[in-house]
Design a protein around this ligand. Structure first.
Ligand code: PMP
Ligand code: GLU
Length: 404
């Protein structure tokens, strides 16, 4: 007799991550021999810098191959404390820091530690795919505040104020933002902080994972640096994945109130224990070493961004603004809705546009629906110049094939 699937009802509330889903489908097409540019995953194409890899080799040959403390090695936690002071002017003790297997795990743990059924988390959208889904999994209520292109996809103080209720547990901020590339200025963060000061029960999750990837004269700031009175209820989320090109090493970190960090460590002790000892040694080298690679990579990203933005804006039906940070362009596809594909299908939303671009154009983009703000598609430009050029060329060709 075959076993019937028996899944927890909890799984009914969880969708596959849109970024991971598109990438999986695109890879399947490529493996089947189709000519597809798999550029849907948001990760740098640059290799991890040598000084970081060398620290990992040293950790292996020096026998750092055992379990570490659940919350991370003392060396890495101290390096995180120093990094937060140096870059962010934020003072925390080592007991306010926890290291996890990527920022994603820590975001999950923080929400799991705090969300009771019916609790609300305010999430400005477009937002990274996983926040609302994790909140829903925990029977919380994601309060999605769609931010318009006219507002540069940023949350305004008035909208925040209007959205806070007695059930609000969290505001989740992400700057530079995946997928819009919006970077909140110090003045914009101050204005949001003024609202938050009125509501002492609201926690703030500041997802700073793209901190180092900012362009032009935009300057990164984190909210507890701007308003230290919020620090006792702010959880800073960061990691080495994006800035240090270490997505596969799986190291993220958080700094926040002791009671929350303690609960997150208890959770982690029952689910994964500490992250890889070797990756942690490498992360120490990343945090303590030169940021020269970061500066060099940003110049390259900026060149790719400018090429792609200018090219996309010349394609009839598409338009986009120049992202201020991160490595994504959020492309407005409203001009393609109602158009007919060569197969006779009328495109009615961004999921269909992204699917058309994948099947017909051979380029993998993530639909805005995954980020809860439509009709857009996300193009990632953290790929080589030639791949980004090819992607834009494919987009143009696919748009040309659409009927009126
Ligand atoms: N936050 C945002 C906004 C992201 O784009 C990502 C990338 N997946 C993460 C968190 C998680 O990063 P990681 O788990 O690689 O540290
Ligand atoms: N953050 C990346 C992205 O948005 C990686 C995939 C994910 O974790 O969602 O594409």
């Amino acid at each position: 007799m075959t076993q019937r699937p028996h899944l927890s009802p909890m799984l009914g509330r969880l969708r596959e991550s849109a970024t991971i889903g598109v990438t999986r489908r695109a890879r399947a097409l490529k493996d089947a021999g189709r000519d597809v540019l798999v550029i849907s995953g948001g990760e740098p194409d640059f290799d991890t810098p040598d000084h970081i890899k060398e620290a990992a080799f040293r950790a292996i040959s020096g026998g750092q191959t055992k379990y570490t403390a659940t919350d991370g090695t003392p060396e890495l936690k101290q390096a995180i404390v120093r990094k937060l002071k140096r870059d962010n002017h934020v003072d925390v003790g080592v007991d306010q820091v926890v290291v996890g297997t990527g920022a994603k795990q820590l975001i999950f743990n923080a929400l799991m530690a705090t969300i009771a059924p019916g609790d609300e988390a305010i999430i400005p959208t477009p937002s990274w795919v996983s926040y609302p889904d994790i909140v829903e999994l925990l029977e919380g209520r994601p309060v999605l505040l769609e931010c318009s292109r006219a507002d540069s996809f940023k949350l305004t103080p008035a909208r925040l104020d209007a959205a806070i209720t007695p059930r609000t547990r969290w505001l989740i901020l992400n700057s530079p933002c995946n997928p819009s590339g919006a970077v909140y200025s110090a003045a914009e963060l101050r204005a949001l902080a003024e609202v938050l000061l009125k509501y002492p029960d609201v926690m703030i999750m500041s997802d700073d994972i793209y901190e180092y990837i900012v362009f032009d004269d935009h300057v990164f700031a984190t909210i507890s640096e701007i308003e230290p009175r919020l620090s006792e209820r702010t959880l800073i989320v960061n990691g080495v994945s994006k800035g240090h090109c270490m997505t596969g090493w799986r190291i993220g970190f958080c700094a926040g109130p002791r009671w929350l960090v303690k609960a997150m460590v208890t959770l982690q002790g029952q689910e994964t224990n500490g992250p890889s000892s070797i990756s942690q040694a490498a992360a120490v080298a990343a945090l303590e070493g030169t940021l020269e690679n970061v500066r060099r990579n940003n110049l390259v990203y900026q060149r790719r961004r400018d090429f792609a933005v200018d090219r996309i804006n010349r394609i009839p039906g598409l338009s986009c603004d120049r992202p201020q940070g991160a490595f994504y362009i959020y492309v407005d596809v409203s001009g393609l809705l109602g158009r007919r594909t060569p197969q006779g299908m009328v495109l009615s939303n961004d999921v269909e546009v992204a699917d058309y671009m994948l099947q017909e154009g051979g380029v993998a983009l993530v639909p805005g629906a995954g980020f809860n703000a439509s009709p857009y598609v996300r193009l990632c430009f953290a790929y080589s110049d030639s791949v980004v050029e090819d992607a834009c060329h494919r987009l143009a060709r696919a748009c040309e094939k659409l009927g009126g």
